[in-house]
Design a protein around this ligand. Sequence first.
Ligand SMILES: Nc1nc2c(ncn2[C@@H]2O[C@H](COP(=O)(O)OP(=O)(O)OP(=O)(O)O)[C@@H](O)[C@H]2O)c(=O)[nH]1
Length: 200
Amino acid sequence: MNKSKMPSSSKQRKIAVMGYRSVGKSSLSIQFVEGQFVDSYDPTIENTFTMSTRVNSQDYELKLVDTAGQDEYSIFPLQYTIDVHGYVLVYSVTSTKSFEVVQLIYDKLLDITGKVRRTNKGEQSCFGVPIVLVGNKTDLHMERRISAEEGKKLAQDWNAIFLEASAKQNTSVSDIFHTLLLEIEKADTKSNDKSNCCIS
Ligand SMILES: Nc1nc2c(ncn2[C@@H]2O[C@H](COP(=O)(O)OP(=O)(O)OP(=O)(O)O)[C@@H](O)[C@H]2O)c(=O)[nH]1
């Protein structure tokens, strides 16, 4: 077969965007995929975007699942644990409640998909799928309730990446998805050597 005619080695990746209601999950997804911000609020049931993107000379076919807002009473939708390569967990820096709910979502995810690792300190649960924790709506300076330090600390506890963003001003939006794709690559390499189930 002529090498120049070989199909390109685009990797297929599925990313789920989760968080409390109205934190900007759809706005971040739409800003990344379509490059626009819509100021109206239309609650999402579920929406999947498909797009191509390139990070570090690697092409990706990306499926971005914009999920319905969760709250403390929601039953975790199990379909978001299957075939998902990475999670964007979003809260709004203007909402304490959304910061609490993102932690509940993480706990549920860990319960369902976490792995137990034996260490010399006993058993420790750890998460095998890369996560980016996002504090959105940083443009709303006067309404900020959650500091960057609090977000950073939580992400450290999870061994996750932390970013603050504004879907409205298009600040750090593509960083979220590009960083997650790079973390997924790293996790892939690690799972091949099987020495560690935690992301670091
Ligand atoms: N100022 C500001 N407003 C934002 C930002 N991101 C989203 N919003 C607004 O917040 C509201 C909710 O945004 P959505 O993107 O629909 O939030 P969502 O998390 O998808 O909401 P659900 O579908 O209910 O879970 C809308 O009015 C958006 O315009 C942001 O970065 N800054």
